[in-house]
Design a protein around this ligand. Sequence first.
Ligand SMILES: Cc1ncc(COP(=O)(O)O)c(C=O)c1O
Length: 335
Amino acid sequence: MIDLRSDTVTRPTPEMLNAMCTAPLGDDVLGDEPTVQKLEAKVAEMTGKETAVFVPSGTMANQIAIWLHTKPGDGILVEENSHILHYEAAGPAMIAGVKTTSVPGQNGIMDVEKLKTSFPPDDPHCAPVTLVCAEDTANRGGGYAYPIETLDAIAQTAQDNQARCHLDGARLFNAQVKTGVSAARRAAQFDTVSICFSKGLGAPVGSALCLPQSMRRDAIRARKMLGGGMRQSGVIAAAALYALEHHVDRLAEDHQKAITLAEGLKQHGYEVVPPQTNMVYFKHPKAQQILDQAEQQGVRALTAKAQTVRLVTHLDVNESDIEKSIEIFGKLLNS
Ligand SMILES: Cc1ncc(COP(=O)(O)O)c(C=O)c1O
């Protein structure tokens, strides 16, 4: 079975497993986990932040950031297709107690002019917006990477309105590889940035919230409260560390596979959104039916928005899988 549902489906490579098996371990809740400490220092350096906190998931990293940057009754602004809005189970309302408002964008890239007009007036009727979140790359936007000018403009707009800003960088290294603009530069104007190791980087589990030192204690307390304090978490931190050391530059291969896949599907007549990174989206009136048939032929993928199929390339699909997928989807469209 060729699995194009997500870049989260990858299995650890033998080298990654070896790193996991041989990592020195401690107890991270007690504060002496050497491999977690090494990972946190490395990811903080790569994102240009003072420190980082290792957490089980990207959702937890985002939710801790939202919680720490706001107080109950505040408002946050996110792009209309963002993961925080659609796929985090109303976490901002439940955990931070904030109102989420969406800002229009194109391919998941927030429109800065629309952002500027999304701040409410200083009026007791309104929830004051204290946080703006952007997502780079934008998953539901088709895996698009932000132009650096737009990232900077979003952060500046937040600052002009006395709001903080958080970057959901679940796939920030895909954006780095695509644009040649480093993760640290991309996150430079943002107060906090989350990174996922379990997506294109190919680790089995784990994310980090990268942040200023002054927020570290509160982030660790928030993680504990959410049940994310982990003990010998060096076992999984070792995989994340291995991924940062060996799997960043190779993301270019996933991006190339997405281009090949998109071109092949287009030649068969699919209405494909041109990919920027490792995601290929196409529209079809019977998206779910196509996917059910594709699965019977040996390829799995998911629907995203209505009548839209998402195919994701990753470490565990090779070029012949891509050719085979093109062939299978081609036959389905023309049958
Ligand atoms: C952009 C983005 N942010 C956050 C997450 C959440 O990550 P996790 O599944 O580790 O909670 C995802 C997961 O797909 C994502 O695509």
